[in-house]
Design a protein around this ligand. Structure first.
Ligand SMILES: NC(=O)c1ccc[n+]([C@@H]2O[C@H](COP(=O)([O-])OP(=O)(O)OC[C@H]3O[C@@H](n4cnc5c(N)ncnc54)[C@H](OP(=O)(O)O)[C@@H]3O)[C@@H](O)[C@H]2O)c1
Length: 369
């Protein structure tokens, strides 16, 4: 029986298409809504799998789509009465859509990390006040969520694992010459363009440290990062009796998506996991990955710096993809934007949007120089 109504925001993206793959295998869910930015062709292909689903496009208009324009997502959510929304859009817009989804549903399967990073405590409190729960889809946070659920005693540290990206083994001095094509070939995960580039700079891990801080209410000192090239361990928690619990699975985002949809049940949909093999876990080199230290610095500096970190990185990554800047300039631009100085407390949506806008403008001005 189909007893849960699901909307997918960002249906045409990597997370969205993986969610579609999961949902076509699960009988108990009815997909009632699908939203995307501009990829109408893929949206309609997906719609053909879910005849009852209404559709929305935010960035362009199409006669074949139910709702178009800037209110399209709210119209979709208000007319479909979802139990669950998969927030799989990329970028800062995820904050607005995650807040709206919390208003109209009971569970966010949250892949979009920018919403947590930029919204911070305001975001977490707003979702809670709506009576909605968050189940993280980001694989590391999904792992920490699962590990913490079953643990009653205090957690000393959490470890987020990182693949180190496609160019992990290139000498640091050569990083300035790597091309977008080279960086886009991720060894473990198949992901959208921004997050793939961010994996190689570790801006992605920086965003995830911030995400973990707010999702699990953890002191940043308790959040650590280890490189784990095999991509089998997704997160670990260190307990006060000096034992460490790790969560392992295949590197397949469909697994955390299935978990987040079915929680608290577990459902086996994909191939078996073989834990045998050689594992390595090592600390990232701070010289090679300065974005990570910068993330901890931003957490200390406060709300505005975190928002600017995300905004400037989004602009700089786009510029790198378009061949306008070198790989190593992504960090330089973000650091300079942070150094401009940002307000410590940014506590409502309009103020967050304002800082995001200013962060982007300053980053773009730097590109022009
Ligand atoms: N990919 C992963 O494995 C992974 C893992 C963990 C977390 N995440 C997080 O999940 C999010 C999505 O990542 P992704 O890799 O799936 O990105 P992606 O492949 O680039 O897909 C982005 C999706 O968002 C939609 N979108 C973009 N801007 C929009 C807007 N203004 N309004 C409505 N829809 C918009 C796109 O629609 P159009 O294509 O129609 O423009 C597309 O459906 C990111 O926050 C990322 O950090 C991803």
């Amino acid at each position: 029986m189909k007893d849960k109504r699901v909307v997918i925001l960002g249906a045409t993206g990597t997370i969205g298409r993986m969610s579609v793959n999961v949902l076509t295998r699960l009988d108990q869910f009815e997909v009632v809504g699908l939203a995307a930015g501009k990829d109408v062709k893929t949206l309609l292909e997906i719609k053909s799998k879910f005849p009852l689903a209404k559709t929305a496009l935010t960035n362009i208009s199409s006669e074949d789509v139910g709702f178009c324009g800037q209110d399209a997502v709210e119209n979709l959510l208000s007319s479909t009465d979802p139990d669950i929304v998969i927030v799989g859009v990329s970028g800062f817009i995820g904050l607005k859509y995650a807040l709206l989804s919390a208003k109209y549903s009971k569970r966010l399967c949250l892949a979009n990390k920018e919403s947590v990073v930029t919204g911070g405590k305001f975001f977490i409190d707003s979702v809670k006040a709506s009576g909605c729960e968050i189940i993280p889809v980001d694989s590391e946070h999904n792992a920490i969520f699962q590990l913490m659920k079953s643990e009653k005693s205090e957690i000393s540290f959490v470890y987020l694992t990182a693949s180190g990206g496609a160019i992990r083994d290139i000498p640091t001095d050569d990083l300035k010459d790597v091309t977008p094509d080279r960086v886009l070939k991720h060894p473990v995960w198949n992901m959208g363009a921004r997050i793939t580039i961010d994996s190689s700079t570790m801006f992605n891990k920086g965003l995830e440290v911030m995400e973990a801080h707010f999702l699990f209410n953890l002191d940043p000192k308790k959040i650590r990062v280890l490189i784990h090239p095999q991509g089998k361990i997704h997160g670990m928690i260190y307990l006060k009796d000096n034992t460490v619990k790790a969560l392992m699975s295949n590197a397949d985002m469909r697994i955390p998506i299935t978990y987040a949809l079915c929680y608290p049940e577990r459902t086996a949909l994909f191939e078996e996991f073989d834990p045998a093999g050689t594992f390595s876990l090592f600390e990232p080199d701070p010289k090679r990955y300065p974005a990570l230290d910068l993330a901890y610095r931003c957490l200390k500096l406060g709300d505005g710096s975190r928002i600017a970190y995300n905004a400037a990185d989004e602009v700089a990554v786009q510029a790198f993809l378009e061949g306008k800047i070198r790989f190593t300039q992504i960090y330089d631009i973000v650091e300079k934007v942070i150094e401009k100085g940002w307000p410590k407390d940014v506590k409502d949506y309009d103020s967050i949007e304002q800082v995001d806008r200013e962060g982007r403008i300053i980053a773009m001005e730097m590109l022009d120089r």
